[in-house]
Write a protein that binds this ligand. Structure first.
Ligand code: SF4
Length: 318
């Protein structure tokens, strides 16, 4: 039996105790694939509230950040939001699990797509909280700059800094179909640059993208691993209401991946991972009525049970 290198085990080994990730959603952030800089409407599966449980709808603002506009009238409020979200989740985790160490996860939208001074203020505030050992910053490879990487590389000297990049697939034809707004060459260029600065990289992969075969999904994992990822997240593509994908699904132009194929692809992918690449996520789901399909994605406990069982058959302990 082999015990897999999950991110939880990686942190436990490094810090001697469990580290908890606290997801943060800051209002005013958007994405170049939504605001028209690259495209409008975003990725075909994107309905960002589904990825942003901490974002209180009433606090959303019409003002959106843009890296080229240094004005940010929301900054004071954003810093308060950050603190409130951190403290709320920290309290829950402390009461429930006696949690003592935390990584702040800037999760929703594109978290490097803002004026540099705003990013600095938010990241530094997050790192100033007691018992925060690092940051994990979710973003796109077309929304990072040398200036940001140099800055994060400095932070990385004393804290643990991760950038989570959406890779999803290595096929440009699929990236086009999902309206991603950039190609694989861009992904490759910026992940390699990030790695050159010794910043930790987690790559997100999606299985079940339109018209992709299992062979293509496995090829995407294989090619992505060549970029020296430190960690990887796997995610099935599911259809959430009010997305572009909804239309394709309702018109019968898109069929979501079934659970059997997803798990088989996942197990084959995990078997490909070098031992030092940690696993940050093996599936995703959504348990409210915004999920249209596939319905196996509405029960995380069942998904996890089936995945763990499939891995056990391969002598792998998740
Ligand atoms: S990159 Fe993320 S936030 Fe932007 S459109 Fe795609 S899924 Fe939505």
């Amino acid at each position: 039996m082999t015990t897999l290198n999950t991110i939880g085990r990686y942190w436990k080994k490094k810090y001697g105790e469990k580290v908890y990730k606290i997801p943060i959603s800051i209002s005013g952030f958007t994405c170049p694939n939504i605001d028209g800089t690259v495209a409008k409407g975003g990725c075909t599966f994107c309905e960002n509230d589904s990825f942003a449980p901490n974002l209180e709808k009433e606090k959303k603002s019409d003002f959106k950040l843009h890296p080229d506009n240094p004005n940010n009238p929301l900054l004071e409020n954003q810093l308060l939001q950050l603190q409130a979200q951190f403290e709320n989740t920290k309290e829950i985790l402390t009461n429930k699990f006696n949690a003592k160490k935390f990584i702040i996860y800037f999760q929703s939208f594109t978290n490097t797509y803002a004026p540099f001074e705003t990013l600095k203020a938010l990241y530094e505030k997050a790192l100033s909280f007691e018992n925060v050992v690092g940051l994990s910053i979710g973003t796109r490879t077309d929304s990072i700059t040398d200036e940001i990487l140099d800055y994060l590389a400095k932070l990385n000297k004393t804290k643990e800094i991760w950038i989570e990049y959406g890779i999803q697939t290595v096929y440009d034809s699929t990236l086009e179909k999902i309206n991603r707004g950039h190609d694989f060459a861009n992904i490759k260029e910026w992940i390699l640059k990030t790695k050159q600065k010794d910043i930790l990289v987690c790559g997100h992969m999606i299985f079940g993208l339109p018209d992709e075969t299992q062979e293509m999904m496995l090829k995407s994992v294989e090619e992505s691993l060549k970029l020296n990822l430190d960690s990887i997240k796997f995610h099935p593509l599911y259809v959430v209401k009010n997305t572009i994908l909804t239309k394709d699904f309702k018109e019968g132009k898109f069929t979501p991946i079934d659970e059997e194929l997803y798990i088989d692809t996942l197990v084959k992918s995990i078997k490909m991972l070098p031992p030092d690449v940690s696993i940050s996520r093996v599936t995703a789901g959504i348990s409210d009525d915004s999920l249209l399909s596939p319905m196996w994605c509405n029960n995380k406990h069942c998904q996890m049970y089936n995945i763990k069982m499939a891995l056990l058959k391969e002598n792998l302990i998740y």
